[in-house]
Design a protein around this ligand. Structure first.
Ligand code: SAH
Ligand code: SF4
Ligand code: F3S
Length: 440
């Protein structure tokens, strides 16, 4: 059997696309190789969201070049957002690459592998939804499904609209059929993916069109799905119907990832986020009114062009007021082809570094404090397997999206109860009350 190896960078969309690549390759008779050495087909699913993503990938690609020098028959493929952003240039920069394809062209890989000439072919169309590919799930009990591809926003810092194309929503019947098939196959938790899930449906013909809140209700009604998550909502578009859904739908988890980006309205405007500080804090207030125990996470960019000390102070204020359960913090990174990369008032590196350190401190402080509310509680945990750090323990995830390491007897895929005994900013620790009773 020919062997493949896939390295994935970037976000959950890429993780999902890689599962589809793997599923497709296995249906073509390929088997997974544990590392690049020994693989007949070496694939990269790339990201280009920040410069660091590009740099990291280049090092990995170098290693694949070495494997190919040693085994000239090896086929090297580069897919995903970076590939889309450089297109045919990839073959000039890295002559040993045989095939390159954008995020929307995963299915073309099969065409390429079946073609006569396995050299320097590129696939970079935006085709909309192009049929279902079988996915090989990394976590047996968790599935991803894409509800839309591309993005209709024009955030001035962001490369995604150019790498994933215009937003196209997927037919709700296809989403439901996909989730139902996964449920049949043992999936208990599903994550719906879209760059702005709240704009779901807008590109659909009238007779198919439903809102994101309606889609959530339909997915909730599918037998066997115990947990629904989604990413990402957009603060300008998230409305009461979706917030109510969190309060009403049994499977919709008590967690929302609501990207703030900045607490300064002036900066949000330059970012073209089309909401201001008040709108964001109002959404948080509304969410907490309906679901008081919700976990909130966010994304924040530090050092966007023109960010003054006062703008940054506003970000700290919003972080302090909101008390997020966790936050991803990014130094602004100019991206080719984006509006903000041309802004002249770029923030010096040392200033970004200093602000980042202050922000991370505050985020950590709130994350630690917020996590203490779980100590002493019995929480529902979906078991993922053995703990990575301590193989005597099990590892799972709560509905609030907290990782828990715990003593217990459950098996991967079980939904169990864990009594939480301690909490840090990142993880919870605890034990199954059942086990405690058995040992007593
Ligand atoms: N569609 C999602 C975001 C996807 S990108 C949304 O709008 O929320 C994930 C995160 O990467 C963004 O939320 C942003 O915080 C960060 N990001 C995007 N472009 C960036 C850039 N040029 N520099 C630094 N961070 C960036
Ligand atoms: Fe990028 Fe903005 Fe679209 Fe998110 S909403 S993917 S940040 S352009
Ligand atoms: Fe995701 Fe990176 Fe593309 S964050 S959408 S893989 S640029």
């Amino acid at each position: 059997m020919p062997k493949y190896h896939v390295t994935t960078f970037g976000c959950q969309m890429n993780e999902h696309d890689s599962e589809r690549m793997k599923g497709m390759l296995e249906s073509l008779g390929y088997d997974e190789a544990p590392e690049q050495d020994g693989a007949d087909l070496i694939l990269f699913n790339t990201c280009s969201i920040r410069e660091a993503a590009d740099t990291k990938f280049a090092a990995h690609l170098g290693n694949a070049g070495r494997v190919k020098r040693e085994n000239p028959g090896t086929v090297i493929g580069v897919g995903g957002c970076w590939a889309q952003s450089v297109k045919e240039e990839v073959f000039e920069q890295f002559p040993f690459v045989d095939v390159a394809f954008g995020p929307g062209q995963v299915h073309k890989l099969a065409e390429f592998l079946n073609s006569d000439s396995l050299t320097a072919q590129g696939y970079f169309e935006f085709e909309g939804f192009t049929g279902d590919l079988p996915a090989r799930r990394e976590r047996e009990f968790h599935g991803w499904t894409q509800i839309s591809i591309g993005c209709r926003e024009v955030c001035s810092y962001c490369i995604v609209p150019s790498t994933r194309g215009r937003e196209v929503s997927r037919d709700p019947n296809d989403v439901i059929a996909d989730v139902a098939a996964m449920a049949e196959d043992g999936v208990r938790e599903i994550t719906l993916l879209g760059q702005n899930v709240n704009s779901y449906g807008r590109s659909l013909p009238k007779e198919q069109r439903i809102t994101f809140a309606e889609l959530l209700r339909e997915v909730d009604a599918i037998d066997g799905i115990d947990r629904i998550r989604y990413t990402s909502p957009h603060p300008k578009d998230i409305k009461l119907d979706v917030i109510e859904a969190h309060a009403e739908l049994p499977s919709l988890c008590e967690h929302i990832h609501l990207p703030l980006q900045s607490g300064s309205s002036a900066l949000l405007k330059r970012m073209r986020r089309t909401y201001d500080r008040e709108r964001f804090t109002d959404r948080v207030r509304l969410i907490r009114e309906y679901v008081p125990d919700i976990s909130l996470s966010t994304d924040i960019i530090v050092g966007f062009p023109g960010e003054t000390e006062d703008d940054f102070a506003e970000t700290l204020e919003v972080v302090d007021e909101t008390a997020f359960d966790s936050a991803f913090t990014f130094n602004y990174s100019p991206r080719r082809g984006t509006e903000a990369a041309t802004f002249e008032d770029q923030v010096p590196h040392e200033v970004k570094r200093d602000r980042m350190a202050r922000l991370v401190d505050l985020v950590q402080q709130h994350a630690t404090e917020r996590a203490q509310r779980f100590v002493g509680r019995d929480l529902e945990v979906l078991v993922e397997g053995r703990s990575r750090k301590d193989p005597d323990k099990l590892r799972g995830r709560t509905r609030h999206n907290k990782v828990v390491n715990f003593n217990g007897l459950a098996e991967a895929g079980d939904m169990t109860t864990v009594k939480v005994t301690s909490a840090t900013s990142q993880t919870l620790a605890g034990e199954e009350p059942l086990l405690a009773r058995a040992l007593a």
